[in-house]
Design a binder for this molecule. Structure first.
Ligand SMILES: CC(C)(COP(=O)(O)OP(=O)(O)OC[C@H]1O[C@@H](n2cnc3c(N)ncnc32)[C@H](O)[C@@H]1OP(=O)(O)O)[C@@H](O)C(=O)NCCC(=O)NCCS
Length: 300
């Protein structure tokens, strides 16, 4: 008998979630009346939402902004105490200096969405691996390699878009792509959509930009349905898919096991095209002009 195990992955591999590194942020928000509001938080996405909805946000943003406040500056600090000190220092700055901070941050973090190339494999693997180690958004236990993602990107691009969101200095802040849904021919008009934003970048509108472009490109190619498979406990992704126009389709109970617990998965469906007429074959390759026209809309 060979020494190699014929069993699947050992459950122990999925028992321990790597602790998420402590985060602390100071931030500035731009209110619709033009004023800047400063604060600190250990969860930027949740704090931003609280300011926008008025539920748990500051009195100032409630009366000066509401849903229209947007992030104007964010700085990661070592811990809460460092963030509090930095917050106090920023609040003391003259208005012109606060404006300069915000202007530089906005320029440094202007994100462009473009089609990926296999050269993006290392950055995509790094982003994805954060979720492999820390979250149940993915059911993968094993870290992906740069080479695997380079091959994955090349494979996806044969039939569908693979989009990446990049800052001016080349940092990857998110990706979205689509894989064939099933291999049998009758499924040829369906894809499974995937999206991951960098943990520091969630809740700031990037997911919407990436998915808007992805869904528009898929529609142009002639696909009929985009499906998303979302872990039961991933509330952010359920809300996100609902907001993007997906409809909940069905639930698979106890579908996966990770970090010591059983997890459900929920299937979401987005109709890219409707109608009973026979479909045209999917166009695996769009023209450069078609891709540019869609990306222009989400990059302007
Ligand atoms: C899910 C994810 C892609 C969403 O992207 P995002 O950039 O955070 O979302 P956006 O800021 O673009 O939000 C788009 C819409 O979804 C809503 N939304 C997003 N997260 C939400 C949350 N946690 N609660 C409520 N609504 C939420 C927003 O309010 C917004 O609605 P609006 O258009 O009415 O303003 C992102 O959070 C992420 O990458 N999460 C980790 C990885 C993951 O779960 N991937 C999906 C695997 S299935």
């Amino acid at each position: 008998m060979s020494g190699k195990s014929l069993r699947g992955p050992a459950p122990s591999l999925a028992d321990a979630c790597q602790p998420v590194p402590e985060t602390a942020w100071v931030y500035l928000l731009r209110c619709p009346d033009g004023s800047l509001y400063g604060g600190w938080t250990n969860d930027l996405a949740r704090r931003l939402k609280a300011h926008r909805t008025g539920k748990g946000g500051a009195k100032y943003t409630k009366s000066h902004g509401g849903p229209a406040v947007r992030l104007a500056y964010a700085e990661r600090c070592a811990d809460k105490s460092a963030a509090l000190k930095r917050e106090a220092a920023i609040k003391k700055l003259p208005k012109a200096e606060k404006e300069a901070l915000a202007a530089k941050w906005t320029a440094d973090n202007r994100i462009t969405i473009r089609m990926a190339t296999p050269a993006d494999g290392a950055a995509v693997a790094e982003l994805y691996n954060w979720y492999v180690l820390h979250g149940t958004q993915t059911f993968q236990y094993r870290l992906s390699t740069a080479e695997e993602y380079a091959a994955n990107i090349a494979g996806v691009l044969e039939k569908a878009p693979f989009l990446v969101a990049i800052t001016p200095d080349g940092r990857l802040q998110g990706f979205a792509c689509a894989h064939p849904w099933h291999s049998r021919e009758a499924y040829a008009w369906n894809v499974e959509a995937t999206i991951y934003c960098a943990p520091d970048c969630i809740g700031q509108g990037l997911g919407k930009r990436l998915y808007t472009a992805l869904l528009e490109l898929l529609r142009m190619q002639g696909y009929y349905n985009a499906f998303a498979i979302v872990t039961g406990e991933n509330k952010a992704s359920h809300e996100f898919h609902k907001r993007m126009g997906f409809t909940k389709s069905f639930v698979e109970k106890h579908s996966g096991y990770k970090f010591g617990r059983w997890l459900d998965v929920v299937y979401w469906q987005y109709p890219l095209r409707t109608g009973d007429a026979p479909p045209e074959p999917v166009r695996y390759r769009l023209t450069e002009a078609e891709v540019v026209s869609i990306l222009k809309k989400v990059n302007s």
